[in-house]
Design a binder for this molecule. Sequence first.
Ligand code: FES
Ligand SMILES: [Fe+2]
Length: 352
Amino acid sequence: MQGLTATLLRGLWYVALPGAMVRPGAMVTKTLLGEPVLIGRGRDGGVFALRDICPHRGIPLSYGRFDGETVACCYHGWRFDTAGVCREIPSLREDQKVDVERIRCGSYPCVERNGLIWVYFAQAGEAPAGREAGPPAMPVFGDGDAPGAAIMLPFPCSTDHAAFGLMDPTHAAFVHTSWWFKKDPSRLRPKEKAFEPSELGWRMVRHPLPPQNIAYRLLGQNVTTEISYRLPGLRVEEIRGDRHAVVGLTAITPVDAENTEVWQFFWISMGWAGLMRPLIEHLMRVFLDQDRVVVVRQREGLVKAQPRLMLINDADTQARWWMRVKDEWLEAQQAGREFANPLKPMTLRWRS
Ligand code: FES
Ligand SMILES: [Fe+2]
């Protein structure tokens, strides 16, 4: 936590990108958890993820061509199917026996759910199983529902500092200052929220939202919210009224130990929200960029002085929980046992 880098967690599903960004027959290359990953969609509509390195001479496969079924390397034309199995080596003559299918470029478990492409990073080549057999499902909305708004900004910070930003209840008055969203830092109000452990993390217990707020009134009566945080860096906010619901997901996906992609998605049950998409995404980007600017400046200090950092009560308690849950994940993996959530229900108090 102190420095520029974070320990990256394996044995978990990560958000790679929205499914809408990969058309059938297309491929996209990304660096995720420090590894080159080629993500594509076959002609049949299914998504896949390969290690973006040709096992022949190491050139990224993404320079090659994808015909909807196999990726052909740009150097000598070796072809790999979407499971990463070599299907053809063009230079071979009929009497030259090479067991082509034993050659593999490496693949990652990859699924599309809730309109997002998720990639599983195994600890040691194992298939996803147990509580991580599949990526987490979003509440309220179905597997096939794509988000109505989606943005990403690259943050030049580790996943730890990106995660701290997500769960930081007291920075808004100082960081998020736009004409349409402004809190007066000299008029902070006391806050008190109940938290409890939940799947691979914790949640802020469901509570009612102020009925006088116009934005919430669009959702109907009795609007409530629940916010959950879980490994490997997902914040899910579910706001529900008796007529409509909005689900927000922020996902922090490590590019490497000191760079992070911060994705933000919204699923919105009001049909007319589709027309507002450009405006909603613009506002999301303005908001998220304020968080990004802070970590750019923070990096300046971390690089210059490698300071020891502080976490104080209760405002930084969730940051501390993040580190505890992460440590437990790593310890459980090392000991080959089940993850046991170390957190207890707790009420946190702060001013914001
Ligand atoms: S380097 Fe890929 S086919 Fe030779
Ligand atoms: Fe923020």
